[in-house]
Design a protein around this ligand. Structure first.
Ligand code: ZN
Length: 272
């Protein structure tokens, strides 16, 4: 394992908001698959640690001119934020933009400050279709409901399974909202990330996330339940007691009337 990978795998323990999936973003940066990594930073100690790690490995880092504070948290635990001045008394955090050169990092900071999701999405390596879809979507907290396909839609590519992130914190693509559960750009990005993980000696991480992303999911009128891989073959969806302990996402009640599952016909999504 190279020294930069050795330092990167420690980041989730050192930085409060950083998770294992941020590792993927650094690997995609190192392998030339994206230009900038965007990392939330909690306080000045975290900033110093991240900055010195970047300096050691010849990466450029730029901080946001403002900080984010949490406006509200939706039912999935996702935080929606707004930008305020750095001296605002509320608790918040800066955002770090990390790249191979200062120009790219500064372009990303500028794009986010100016509210330009298309330039920012391109620098972060997000598929255009997903950036377009997200810019149309209001922050109404029902992105997941919009992604759910109808019953009988057939197996989906596991690489673009965003449900696995909400159910298990498992993902092989960066933290954006894919435009669909079979988005080709997202599928390709996850394949590249799995290759990058393997190349850098982290194939076990790729396999662990892939296994969870491949597990089937049951869609009920009011919730989505993550199933064991063999569940669809051996059990009935009406065996509710067996599902009670499984990871579950509650759906937004406003959306129930729009789903086929609302007619009390739960269905299973499979990923291949
Ligand atoms: Zn897309």
């Amino acid at each position: 394992m190279s020294s930069i990978i050795h330092d990167l795998v420690k980041l989730p323990r050192q930085l409060y908001w950083v998770q294992e999936r941020h590792l993927l973003e650094f690997l995609l940066l190192l392998d030339g698959r994206k230009s900038v990594v965007r990392i939330p930073v909690c306080n000045t100690d975290e900033w110093k640690n991240l900055k010195s790690m970047c300096e050691v490995h010849h990466l450029r880092i730029i901080g946001s001119a403002k900080k984010t504070v949490i406006d509200f948290v939706n039912a999935l635990g996702e935080e929606y934020v707004s930008w305020v001045d750095l001296d605002d008394p509320r608790d918040g955090g800066q955002v770090a933009y990390i790249a191979h050169n200062e120009l790219q990092a500064s372009k990303a900071e500028c794009a986010e400050r100016n509210g330009d999701p298309f330039s920012l999405g391109k620098l972060l390596g997000y598929p255009d279709c997903c950036v377009r879809a997200y810019s149309r979507m209001a922050n109404d907290g029902i992105w997941l409901e919009r992604l759910l396909p109808s019953p009988g839609s057939g197996p989906l590519p596991w690489e673009a399974n965003k449900l696995a992130y909400a159910l298990y914190d498992a993902s092989l693509f960066p933290d954006y909202f894919p435009c669909s559960l079979d988005c080709p750009g997202t599928t390709e990005l996850a394949r590249q990330a799995a290759i990058s993980l393997g190349r850098h000696g982290l194939g076990e991480v790729a396999q662990r996330h892939a296994r969870l992303m491949q597990a089937p999911v049951a869609v009920f009128p009011d919730r989505v339940v993550g199933l064991e891989p063999e569940y669809a073959l051996t059990n009935s969806l009406h065996d509710l007691a067996a599902l009670a302990e499984r990871p579950t996402i509650r759906l937004n009640p406003d959306y129930w009337v729009h789903t086929a599952a609302a007619k009390n016909k739960p269905y299973i999504l499979t990923f291949t």
